[in-house]
Write a protein that binds this ligand. Structure first.
Ligand code: C5P
Length: 234
């Protein structure tokens, strides 16, 4: 591997139970291609992404049938039991092969509508930052907190409330250390920023487009299809 500045790590080892499909959601068809093919192509379309590491489940029978032709190298690692394990496996292989400390953009395989302009916005906003940051979207609904009986306890002030998305962009060695520390403390982290926050650091929030949805439930596929069409992809 060469020594580039920006790498992508794509966790793709989930089963996607909430889709109730016969295969993991990243292999469902979306406008003629699988979800993961769209995702990998979006990342590879940015000229500064030097390569992609994709984490695939050891029980994955679908990956071999994917034929994706990208403008950057693609390496496969084994995924783990949780998303963070899959990400850490990707980071470990990168840190083994790279001597320097590139930025790493972790991006969910299940987010195929990521705009290349949003990748560009992240790189421009964060590449001089000390810590890094994530793409997110401001919450625009009224937000309520309930008790265990679903009784509304309060309306939460939504100013400065964001929905965290991906990519999440951090320095390779700091992110690896953050995830390893979270594991050793048995802390559950559902995104990379949480691991960085546990280290007492403050990642930046970069406002992205709301069409960067994570395919989770069946109706998301139709929405993603429409978003891709709106973005100019057949
Ligand atoms: O399940 P969820 O939608 O939150 O997963 C987000 C991303 O993490 C998906 O791309 C999924 O394939 C990936 N993942 C993984 N390894 C796991 C669980 C999820 O790579 N064990």
């Amino acid at each position: 591997m060469s020594n580039p500045q920006f790498w992508a790590v794509v966790p793709a080892a989930g089963v996607g139970e909430r889709m109730q499909a016969d295969k993991p959601k990243q292999y469902l068809l979306l406008n003629g291609q699988t979800v993961i093919e769209h995702t990998l192509q979006r990342l590879a379309a940015h000229p500064d992404i030097a390569g992609i590491i994709v984490a695939i489940s050891p029980n994955d029978d679908w990956w071999p049938s994917i034929s994706v032709s990208l403008d950057c190298p693609l390496h496969v690692v084994e995924g783990g039991a949780h998303r963070a394990d899959s990400v850490l496996n990707g980071l470990m292989i990168l840190s083994e092969y790279l001597d320097d400390d590139p930025w790493v953009l972790v991006h969910d395989a299940a987010r195929p509508c990521l705009r290349v302009t949003d990748i560009d916005k992240m790189l421009t906003s964060l590449s001089e930052h000390d810590v890094g940051g994530i793409l997110g979207v401001l919450v625009n609904d009224t937000v309520k907190r309930t008790n265990l009986n679903n009784e509304i306890m309060e309306s939460v002030d939504r100013r400065n409330l964001w929905r965290a998305a991906t990519p999440q962009m951090f320095r390779l060695r700091q992110l690896k250390q953050g995830l390893e520390t979270a594991f050793s403390q048995q802390m559950t982290v559902t995104d990379e920023a949480s691991a960085i926050e546990l280290m007492g650091l403050s990642p930046m929030m970069v406002e992205g487009h709301s069409d960067n949805i994570k395919i989770t439930v069946p109706e998301d596929l139709a929405l993603a299809s429409w978003f891709l069409q709106q973005q100019g992809e057949a």
